[in-house]
Design a protein around this ligand. Structure first.
Ligand code: TYD
Length: 202
């Protein structure tokens, strides 16, 4: 089973991925917990380039995320799924569609096409969207209301990313479960387990 966690920055994906891994392990499953970008050695280098390097143009950025994904799926995710393990993954192709598409430069369908090619069409069995309300996200990012143009632009970008994620979830309700990430973390974890449980027994 291939499970992905998606959502804006500061949605609490990592905390929830760890909790889900523990719960699945207790239930006797072998879990591979991984992430994008950076789930492989090559991916860690790509992650450093794209997140901590100089400015990267939008098309190059989209290709770097897709390259990380291609290598990660081929060397980590598919082998794990073939062994029968459960893969719990922090971010996948929906992040590319939401983030690279939200920059207003690239077409979201083209971005998706790139990832589909990179992964030979591998889709998650279940995607948990941790939806963060803008006010919660702002508070977690530092608490201030947007004061200058750059901060306002940043708020605007995060709003577009959020809207894109919600649209993806609405378009694929069988694959997505949306959980309010502003709830207490234990409650978020309980809702995630409730979504995973029926798929485990299926
Ligand atoms: P991540 O490591 O999940 O950071 P955070 O914990 O802050 O959410 O993701 C790093 C950044 O990479 C995040 O801002 C989203 C971005 N990203 C993309 O823009 N496209 C992608 O395809 C992926 C996987 C991530």
């Amino acid at each position: 089973m291939f499970l992905t966690l998606e959502g804006g920055d500061a949605a609490g994906k990592t905390t929830q991925a760890v909790a889900l891994e523990h719960w699945l392990t207790e239930r006797g499953r072998t879990v591979v917990r991984t992430r994008e970008p950076g789930g492989t050695e090559l991916g860690a280098q790509i992650r450093a380039l794209v997140l901590h390097g100089d400015h990267v143009t939008p098309r190059a950025e989209a290709l770097l995320y897709a390259a990380d994904r291609a290598h990660h799926v081929a060397t980590v995710v598919r082998p794990a799924l073939e062994r029968g393990d459960v893969v719990v993954q922090d971010r996948y192709l929906d992040s590319s569609v939401a983030y690279q598409g939200a920059g207003r430069v690239l077409d979201a369908d083209e971005v998706r096409g790139l990832s589909t090619w990179a992964t030979e069409g591998l889709l998650p069995d279940l995607t948990i969207l941790l939806d963060v309300h803008p006010a919660v996200a702002r508070a977690r990012r530092g608490g201030r209301a947007a004061e200058d143009r750059l901060e306002a632009e940043e708020d605007d970008f995060h709003e577009r990313v959020r809207a894109a994620f919600l649209a993806l979830a609405a378009a694929a309700p069988d694959r997505f479960v949306v959980v309010d990430a502003g709830l207490d973390p234990d409650e978020v974890a309980a809702r995630i387990r409730a979504a995973v449980e029926p798929r485990l027994s299926a």
